[in-house]
Design a protein around this ligand. Structure first.
Ligand code: ASP
Ligand code: MG
Length: 415
């Protein structure tokens, strides 16, 4: 069995579905994992925030999501639209119900319930489209199959609990369509695996099914040494080791979700990252390599960073006790730290901007620490850096944090 994952950018337009038909034309036995269409997940996040306000402002957002999906399906299904619209409307109606009665007290759970509809809608649309084009397929609700813990918005897969149901659900030589990113906890509540988590679903299924390979179809030619929308010198990396791919994902390379690689490495299942448009070209291969690759500099950008500087009001040193207190607060508010640095009496951490718990974190820190922060920064990581590559990235920028190891240089930069 092979696993293919199509992401939001590959499902941007109704026309894109035709590429999927071509990509899978020679396959009878395949699991396709899809994420939400285009930027739907962001829209659903807006819907969550509006819905919990309980002031009816969510209705407009819901209507936009509904209109977008109906229009997408209308274009994709053509004259067959009326045969498949009932299923789509059923999903949209239940999304509406959930948003109408959203509960602000359990934000994370409500988030997962609402945001999961991006994948429920896209998988229904793809499955229906393939049927219209005479590609019979089985649509599987992955929430009945992948069991997770109840850590809403960042749930962990419970491997043992999921193993049997995964093997049973995908046992035949068929074409299966299912959702990435979502699961269910033991009590039956919908969970999500963290933003961009569909890759992780694909690799978890590969692991549990002992799949031959996983292919992630993207709107770029493969894994690049920089995001092409950011750098005009970006070039494709032909191959990478699992280890190197884990490092790149850890530092924030958006092309693969950080949790994706480990299950594949454990079972030595190769990962291919390929172009959805130029689908016959080679892409990038990620496998087990016993030798070290001689890689060109790889640039990873995380924008919209906030650098927080924290110093104890009692001038105590930043050692074990303070560090564990500070990290305890980051964990409490589910805020991920991208880079840290400390001196005797000051600790700095860079985090992603736009976090709804940010003000609470700062308020909590303020009781024992002096806190300052800068917003709108860039965190740039360069693997296999050279002096030239560093100059290229830091020129005309103010360097707020700088760290270098033998292979990796990292900078927090201000324009
Ligand atoms: N649709 C989800 C997101 O945008 C999951 C994914 O794309 O992998 O975060
Ligand atoms: Mg996505």
């Amino acid at each position: 069995m092979q696993i293919y994952k199509f992401g939001g950018a590959s499902l941007k337009k109704a026309d894109s579905l035709n590429n999927i038909i071509q990509i899978i034309s020679a396959k009878d036995s395949l699991v396709i994992v899809v994420s939400a269409i285009d930027k739907t997940t962001n829209k659903l996040e807006t819907l969550v925030d509006a819905a919990i306000k309980n002031d009816k402002s969510h209705i407009e957002v819901f209507n936009q999501i509904k209109a977008f999906h109906l229009e997408f399906a209308r274009l994709a299904f053509g004259s067959e639209f009326s045969n498949y619209s009932a299923g789509l409307n059923k999903l949209l109606d239940s999304l509406k119900d959930i948003s109408d009665f959203a509960n602000a007290d359990s934000y994370d759970q409500t988030y997962d319930e609402i945001v999961s509809y991006g994948e429920l809608l896209s998988s229904y649309i793809l499955s229906s489209y393939l049927k219209i084009k005479n590609r019979q397929n089985v649509l599987i609700d992955i929430r009945d199959i992948i069991i997770t813990d109840s850590n809403f918005r960042d749930a962990k897969i419970l491997w043992q609990e999921s193993e049997h149901s995964v093997q049973k659900a995908f046992c035949a030589e068929k074409l299966y369509i299912t959702q990435g990113f979502i699961g269910k906890d033991k009590s039956g509540k919908t969970t999500t695996l963290g933003r961009e988590g569909s890759d992780y679903t694909a690799s978890a299924l590969a692991y549990l099914l002992d799949a031959e390979s996983v292919t992630i179809w993207k709107d770029v030619p493969g894994i690049m040494n920089a995001d092409p929308s950011w750098c005009d010198f970006a070039e494709k990396l032909e191959c990478l080791s699992f280890r190197e791919a884990i490092e790149l994902a850890f530092y924030g390379a958006k092309v693969i979700h950080p949790k994706t690689i480990k299950p594949l490495e454990n079972k030595n299942i190769p990962l291919y990252v390929k172009s959805f448009v130029d689908f016959n070209s080679k892409g990038t291969e990620v496998t087990k390599l016993d030798y070290k690759l001689d890689l060109i500099p790889v640039y990873i950008l995380k924008s919209d960073q906030i650098l927080i500087s924290i110093s104890p009001k009692d001038f105590s040193f930043i050692v074990e006790e303070n560090i564990s207190k500070i990290f305890g607060l980051f964990a409490k508010y589910k805020i991920k730290v991208n880079i840290t640095q400390n001196s005797a009496i000051s600790f700095s951490a860079s985090i992603d901007g736009q976090n709804r718990n940010f003000d609470n974190l700062i308020a909590d820190l303020n009781s024992e620490y002096y806190v300052r922060y800068n917003t709108g920064l860039q965190l740039v990581t360069i693997r296999y850096y050279t002096e030239e590559s560093i100059n290229k990235m830091t020129r005309n920028k103010n360097i707020l944090v700088e760290q270098r190891s033998r292979t990796t240089a990292r900078f927090v930069l201000q324009d």
